[in-house]
Structure formats: structure tokens, C-alpha cells
Ligand binder design. Structure first.
Ligand code: NBP
Length: 481
């Protein structure tokens, strides 16, 4: 019993997290279902380091000091249950299982309840940052048994990304809270990526910027307080890479059909289930699905001819407006994500600290950005802030930029370039800021055909109108006037 930490699953994430834990001073035991991966790892990256390899789960468990701390880093879904079932007979009371994969939070809720009832402790931990983050410092979102987190904290705070106000890890909340926050992080990531893609589309296909110019624009945006972020940084890099075979920018050779692994859709499913509007994230998920209809789109492009995309304005000024539109849209997207976390916190009893959620996304993860500092402060200043757009610093930023944002969306519509996430964000803003929406008519229709009743703005109570008969009694000519 010499090793302080165990890792099951030596694919990309498990291997790199294991190296991160060992580098930070904790001896690690590793196990992988297929032996070859373990052998390869031990012979290469683990060589000369404080690792012990096990080829059976019995040996793996026996090599760990108690309470055992075991990170399961296998494919999400049934493999996680399979590993837990194999481990359970070998564990002792109080041992800690950590699922660090991208598990659906309801699976984590189920596993946490089952394991806690059997005297084990369980942590469902969202991990963001991909391969590099896992090795050098990811953003970690652990939820589950608080006592288990306390045991893990010395390790997690060492292996996480470090930013000016601490390590990018905090106890998120009970049950599936950690995986829920990771899911929403990924939904926001979808939104960010789609917004950047739309800015690129406008600048390339409307303004005619070439790859060098696109690189310069994104590199410059990355120096601004508003947009400085990992995703803008890597976007600038992408435009520098040429295809060695054709000599043209590699990005131009890439098929325009985006993949997805499910966390964006899970965010959308859950937002609809608990009743939180997240139109920007929905637009981002939908845009990836639409992109996958490549063949149909190629055929439709010949039939459904739109307007000319010729732009005859000031290119430099429009680039600045696209930047403002991107920033405003991004604010709306984060406002939606944070509102979703806030509602989920009530619905599932997660007791989330929204300022802390924003803080641990400042480093290590894919959505890391200077902007998250402002979000952290907005929720620290007012933990019950109903919407990020109402925080003083965000409110003024969006009001100052809204005319540029509207011009960009209007120009895109006029020229026939789809900007679904820019538009969805603007619609979110315009819906949220209006004190009267047209759903009074929706309520009238629902009451008309389904007797669903309605409330009135001038007096309390629940009302129903016999619309058919009342409407029939009103003479048509009078209505026509
Ligand atoms: P994968 O998701 O590709 O899973 C491969 C690992 O799962 C291998 O170690 C494999 O063992 C093991 N495994 C499978 Br498949 N079925 C198993 C079973 N029934 N019993 C035991 N082990 C089983 O690995 P990954 O890309 O490292 O991701 C791990 C988790 O982290 C996933 O949930 C993923 O969504 C999440 N994640 C990934 C990233 C990323 O950037 N890749 C980022 C953040 C989170 P084998 O070698 O024997 O087949």
C-alpha cells in the first residue's frame, strides 16, 4: 500500500492526468483494461517516475493507501458503471471513487446515491482543458460527497491550473453538481465557438479578408479586455497554418461539417426541461447539426439563390462592428449559461456559488478568458443577480455597443449570411429587456382552443373567455374598420 492515488483508464485524459498527479508529488498506481496500453505507458512516459502498474484490479486496489483515491478515466456511459461494479467488491468503507469523464449528470446523481448508500464516497468531476490541460493544469469541477472532496483537495489544488486568485478547482456541490457545471461549460463552449465562426464567416465571405488578415484581426482582438481568450487565440493561430499539399490555408481545405459528442445537446435538453432560455447555445448546437447536412446544402445552394453578398461599406469600420457584435453576443451567451446554473442550483439543490464557477473557468479550460474575471466579480458583488446583463459593468458595455451589433445582424440578413448565434443573442437581449412581449396573444389563442385560461394585467385571478361566441357576436364590418 504505497501509492497515494490510482488512475483507471490510460487513454489521452487518464494518462495525462496520471502524469500531472505524479509530477505534483503523489505516487500513482495505474490500470487499464487492455494490458498493452499500460505496458506502453510504463515503458515511455512513466519511465523513471513514481508509478506502479497493475494488471488486475485486485493488485491495483491492493497497491493504494487508504482511504483509496481512485480516478476512473474511461469512456463515459456503460464503461463507468462496469468499472464501478468490478471495483466495489474490492473496496473498503470510505474509499473514494472519482469519475473524471464527461458523464451525464443524471448518471452521476444515480451513481452517487447508490455508492453513498453502500458507504463508499463518490466524486463526479468535470475536467476541462483537453490533453494539454490534463497534463499541465486543467479546470476541475468536482461534485459529490463533500467529505471525499476534503480528502482530495490537497491533490486537486496542486494538479489544477493556477490563476491569479487560486487553483482552478473548488467543491461544486452534491451529487451530479460537478458534471452539471462541466456540461454547461461545454454548452457555453459551443456558443463561443459558433459566435467566432460567424464573425469569421462575415469577415471572410462578406468583407473578403484573407487568412493573413483574419489572423491579424483575431490576434488583435486577443489583446483586448473584452475578447482575450484561449478560443480567440487558437483561432488566430489556425489562420497561420498552410496546407503543405496545396499551399493554401489549411482551414479552407477542411470539410464544413462539425462533429459533436453530446454535451452541447445535453445542455439544451436540460435547459428546455427546467425552463431556462438559452437560445444562443441552442443556435450553436443546431448550427453544427445543419452543417452536417453537407450534401443537401450543396444541392440546395443551386436552387435557393439568395441576395448578392457584395459589401460596399467601410471594411475596417465593419470589422470593429463585428468585434462589438461578438462581444455583445458572448455576453448574452454567458448570461444564459449562468442563468441555467442558477436555476439548476435551485431545482437540484446544488447550492452553486456562481462566482466560484466563473473563477475556476479562468484557467485550464477551453472557455478560459479574461472576461470571466468580470463575471466572477459580478456574482461576488451580488450572488442573487437575476441575470448577468444587469451587472453594472456588463449592462453599460452592451448598451454602448448595441447599435453596432444591430447593424451587423441586419447586414448579415440583408446579404443572406446566416448568423444564428449573433441573432439568437440579440433576440435574447431584446426579449429580456422588453416589459411586454406578444405572449398575451399566445395566451388568448391557448384559451380559445384549449380553455387553458389566462391572467390579466389589470386585476388578479384566472380567467376564461368563450372566445368563439363572443367573437361571433362582434359584427365583421366593425372589425374591419
Ligand atoms: P476515451 O473516452 O476514448 O475512453 C478510452 C478508455 O476507456 C480506454 O482506457 C479504454 O480501455 C477504456 N474503456 C472502455 Br472504451 N470501455 C471500458 C470498459 N468497459 N471497462 C474498462 N475500461 C474501458 O478516453 P479519453 O479521451 O481519455 O476520455 C476519457 C473521459 O474523459 C471521457 O469520458 C471523455 O469524454 C472525457 N474527456 C475527454 C476530453 C478529451 O479532450 N479527450 C476532455 C475532457 C473530458 P481500453 O484501452 O482497454 O480500450
Amino acid at each position: 500500500m504505497t501509492q497515494q492515488f490510482g488512475v483507471i483508464g490510460l487513454a489521452v485524459m487518464g494518462e495525462n492526468l496520471a502524469l500531472n498527479v505524479e509530477r505534483n508529488g503523489f505516487p500513482v498506481a495505474v490500470y487499464n483494461r487492455s494490458r498493452e496500453k499500460t505496458d506502453e505507458f510504463m515503458a515511455t512516459r512513466a519511465k523513471g517516475k513514481n508509478f506502479v502498474a497493475a494488471y488486475t484490479l485486485e493488485d491495483f486496489v491492493a497497491s493504494l493507501e487508504r482511504p483509496r483515491k481512485i480516478l476512473i478515466m474511461v469512456k463515459a456511459g456503460a464503461p463507468v458503471d462496469a468499472v464501478i461494479d468490478q471495483l466495489k467488491p474490492l473496496l473498503d468503507e470510505g474509499d473514494i471513487l472519482i469519475d473524471g469523464g464527461n458523464s451525464l449528470f443524471t448518471d452521476t446523481q444515480r451513481r452517487a446515491a447508490a455508492l453513498e448508500s453502500e458507504k463508499f464516497t463518490f466524486i463526479g468531476m468535470g475536467v476541462s482543458g483537453g490533453e494539454e490541460g490534463a497534463l499541465l493544469g486543467p479546470s476541475l469541477m468536482p461534485g459529490g460527497t463533500k467529505q471525499a472532496y476534503d480528502y482530495l483537495e490537497p491533490i486537486l489544488t496542486r494538479i489544477a491550473a493556477q490563476v491569479d486568485d487560486g487553483p482552478c478547482v473548488t467543491y461544486i456541490g452534491p451529487g451530479g453538481a460537478g458534471h452539471y457545471v462541466k456540461m454547461v461549460h461545454n454548452g457555453i463552449e459551443y456558443g463561443d465557438m459558433q459566435l467566432i465562426a460567424e464573425a469569421y464567416d462575415l469577415m471572410k465571405n462578406v468583407l473578403g479578408l484573407n487568412a493573413t488578415q483574419l489572423h491579424e484581426v483575431f490576434a488583435e482582438w486577443n489583446t483586448t479586455d473584452e475578447l482575450n481568450s484561449y478560443l480567440i487565440e487558437i483561432t488566430a493561430d489556425v489562420f497561420k497554418v498552410m496546407d503543405p499539399d496545396t499551399g493554401i490555408p489549411l482551414v479552407d481545405e477542411i470539410l464544413d461539417a462539425a462533429g459533436q459528442k453530446g454535451t452541447g445537446r445535453w445542455t439544451v435538453d436540460n435547459a428546455l426541461e427546467i425552463g431556462v432560455p438559452i437560445p444562443t447555445i441552442i443556435a450553436a448546437v443546431t448550427a453544427r447539426i445543419m452543417s452536417s447536412y453537407k450534401q443537401e446544402r450543396v444541392a440546395a445552394a443551386k436552387e435557393l439563390v439568395g441576395p448578392s453578398t457584395t459589401f460596399d461599406g467601410d471594411v475596417k469600420a465593419f470589422v470593429a462592428k463585428v468585434r462589438d457584435a461578438l462581444y455583445c453576443s458572448k455576453m448574452c451567451s454567458y448570461a444564459q449559461g449562468m442563468a441555467l446554473l442558477s436555476k439548476a442550483s435551485q431545482v437540484y439543490g446544488f447550492n452553486l456559488n456562481l462566482g466560484e464557477c466563473a473563477r475556476i473557468w479562468k484557467g485550464g479550460c477551453i472557455i478560459r478568458a479574461g472576461f470571466l474575471n468580470k463575471i466572477k466579480h459580478a456574482f461576488d458583488d451580488n450572488p442573487s443577480l437575476p441575470n448577468l446583463l444587469l451587472a453594472p459593468e456588463f449592462k453599460q458595455s452592451i448598451l454602448d455597443r448595441q447599435s453596432a451589433w444591430r447593424e451587423v445582424v441586419a447586414t448579415a440578413a440583408r446579404l443572406g449570411i446566416a448568423v444564428p448565434a449573433f441573432s439568437a443573442s440579440l433576440d435574447y437581449f431584446d426579449s429580456y429587456r422588453r416589459d411586454r412581449l406578444p405572449q398575451n396573444l399566445t395566451q388568448a389563442q391557448r384559451d380559445y382552443f384549449g380553455a387553458h385560461t389566462y391572467e390579466r394585467i389589470d386585476k388578479p385571478g384566472v380567467f376564461h373567455t368563450d372566445w368563439i361566441h363572443v367573437a361571433d357576436e362582434v359584427p365583421e364590418p366593425m372589425m374591419a374598420k
